[in-house]
Write a protein that binds this ligand. Sequence first.
Ligand code: XMP
Length: 519
Amino acid sequence: MHTNNQRETVVILDFGSQYTQLIARRVREAGVYCEILPFNTSVKAISSRKPSGLILSGSPASVYHDDAPRPDPLLLEKMDCPVLGICYGLQVLASILGGEVRPSKNREYGYARLKILDPNSPLFQGLPLELDVWMSHGDHVIVPPPGFTVTAQTADALNAFESLSRRIYGLQFHPEVVHTPLGSMVLRNFLFRVCKCRGDWTPLAAIKGQIERIRQQVGGGQDKVICGISGGVDSAVAAALVNQAIENRQVCVFVNNGLLREREFELTTALLRQNMNLNLQVVRAEHMFLKALRGITDPEKKRKTIGRIFIEVFEEKAREFRNVKYLVQGTLYPDVIESVALRGPSSVIKSHHNVGGLPKKMKLKLIEPLRELFKDEVRLIGRELGVPEEILTRHPFPGPGLAVRILGEVTDDNIKLLQAADRVFDEELRLADMYHTVWQAFPILLPISTVGVMGDERTYERVIALRAVTSVDGMTADWARLPHDLLARISTRLVSEVSGINRVVYDISSKPPSTIEWE
Ligand code: XMP
């Protein structure tokens, strides 16, 4: 097992690009563990990771603005590992090292044809002399720093430079996005030809280390560990992992808050019982949640109420078990990365009350076995640990459940209506083989009624909105271009099968400025 100090690590400095996490995922796919740190992390903190390489991410900023994000001024002098700047990262390198950066007339966005000028450049070895690349930038470097050679260009503009002796490289295009088809090879060249990485990291290797760490953390005594199961990927995989480490000293609690999808509680319980050897305790608390939500229409109040009742129910259940000292949480790496302010408002816009208040209230210590991993990596190890595929590939589902998809008061009737609509949408997406092409898809019950006509009768019934989005991490999202025929089928079925609905609308907003959920 590698300890943190020995593990081969690449550091990515985040200057605020929407693609920073994508760079990290590509590096890890190449078998190299990497961490994302804020752009202004001190050289001392970066060096303590003993990185094999350093990557400077892109950014929406411009280097010549006073408030442009800049790295520690000693970075290039003090770091003794190779450095790769991508997009804004290249411009920062140019401006620090004495090159010249200018604003372009127009923001260059989209495909460009890259001409490689030096096929012997370590970054471009083994690649064709021309490739399609993806660009997204407003500035460009017009003069490379002294001592640097230009190794690639698009049309007439510089697109890559390097100094072999200083082991510093820059790329104007984005090698990390799928729109640069050979981009992964460029990144791999940096990792293996330049940084001489071994590339022996895998998510599975990471869990071996985790299992050992959990055993050490919990110790050999009587202390017990409690884990809240939500039916989602993260909590199921975290529970499976802890189970490997300490088996019967973990109690898993699955609370039915009555705000889950139709038959979800029964199905998930059965799946977990059949496939995983967990000590699974279920609590039926639908009535408590429904009672507490009565009369509440304010979205934040709903979230807070659900969070509070959850804690009460969970705490009550936990009291049945002696010596509970630890709480397992399925925190993932994207939740841990210190977000760069430039990225603007993110997940703090809504309170996410899953198990938030529990550790403090119950004086529990946290076990977060997934905190170094991305979602795809969690799925991989979940598969290894026998977590059912149905759970691994489910769309994300918010902790407060259907309550944030019923605008206005949450009542039993509203829940039933929305559950029925949700089943129809889900069935049709799966039939059309489109379930896995979207990040999330769900209906929202609106608090308005509209006039319709059915047969010869005038109707006055509720409106359902459909939301389907594509996304890589839930931080930004675009509305999914679902085929019109599919939307038509869903709409027809909703109005004819779900009583109480006479109108269906499709949400065509992206995030930002909207959010994925409506509340
Ligand atoms: P928004 O609506 O903020 O959602 O764009 C981003 C992602 O987070 C999910 N979501 C939640 N997940 N607890 C959760 O575990 C919550 O309270 C919560 N609220 C939103 C949402 O479904 C989307 O995937």
